[in-house]
Design a protein around this ligand. Structure first.
Ligand code: PAN
Ligand code: ZN
Length: 191
C-alpha cells in the first residue's frame, strides 16, 4: 500500500480560483448554444458579439478510483441568453446512485434538479449554502444574480458524468428573467 500525500488547496471565494488547479475547463456559449430554450437568441449573440464565456470549472486532479473524493469550483458569469439566465450544461451521474454536495461561495444561484421519473426541485443558493444533490437527481446550476455565482462541489470519483441524457432531453424546468427577477418556468422544448 502506497499512501497518497494529503494536500490543501486555497480557494478564492469571489472568483473560484484554486491556488494550483489540476485542470481548468471553460464552457462558452458555442459549446452549449442548443441547450438554451431560445436558440435564435443564442445564434444572434454568436453572430453579433461573438462567443461568450458562460462558466469556468477549476478542480484538483485525482485518480478515478473508489474512495477518492474529487472537488472543484464553478464560476458562472452573470448574463442571459434570451430570457434564460447563464447556466451549466448539467448532468446525471453515470452511476446514478452517487450524490454530491455543493457549497455556495459567492453570488446567487439556483440549483435545478430532476429525476428520470419526472420529479423536479429548484433550490436557491447563496454564499454559505450547503446544497445536497441526492443520488439519482440530475443537476444544473444557474446564475440568477448580477455578479459571478461561485460554488464548491464534492463528489465520489467513480460517479462519472452523463451529459448525453440532458443534451438529448433537456431539463423540465428553466430559469428565466421575468419582471427583473428569476422565474422557474416549464421548458417548452423538454422531450
Ligand atoms: C459539478 C459540475 C460543474 C460544471 O462539479 O461538474 O458545476 O457543471 P457541468 O458538469 O454540468 O458542466 C458537478 O456536478 N460534478 O459532478
Ligand atoms: Zn455532478
Amino acid at each position: 500500500m502506497r499512501y497518497m500525500q494529503p494536500f490543501v488547496t486555497e480557494v478564492d471565494f469571489a472568483s473560484g480560483a484554486l491556488s494550483s488547479p489540476g485542470y481548468v475547463i471553460q464552457r462558452k456559449l458555442s459549446d452549449m448554444a442548443a441547450m438554451y430554450a431560445d436558440e435564435a437568441a443564442a445564434s444572434r449573440i454568436l453572430a453579433q458579439e461573438g462567443d461568450r464565456l458562460i462558466y469556468e470549472v477549476q478542480g484538483v486532479e485525482l485518480p478515478a478510483e473508489e474512495g477518492q473524493i474529487p472537488h472543484c469550483t464553478t464560476r458562472i458569469l452573470p448574463g442571459r441568453v434570451g430570457a434564460e439566465y447563464h447556466m451549466t450544461k448539467g448532468h446525471y451521474h453515470a452511476r446514478r446512485e452517487q450524490g454530491e454536495v455543493y457549497f455556495g461561495l459567492s453570488g446567487r444561484g439556483y440549483l435545478v434538479m430532476q429525476t428520470e421519473s419526472g420529479e423536479t426541485s429548484v433550490q436557491e443558493m447563496v454564499a454559505g449554502s450547503a446544497a445536497y444533490v441526492p443520488p439519482y437527481w440530475a443537476h444544473r446550476t444557474v446564475n440568477v444574480g448580477d455578479e459571478d455565482f461561485v460554488f464548491f462541489s464534492v463528489w465520489e470519483a467513480r460517479a462519472g458524468h452523463d451529459y448525453g441524457t440532458i443534451e438529448r432531453d433537456g431539463f423540465r424546468k428553466l430559469v428565466v428573467m421575468r419582471d427583473g427577477g428569476p422565474l422557474v418556468a416549464d421548458n417548452p422544448n423538454y422531450t
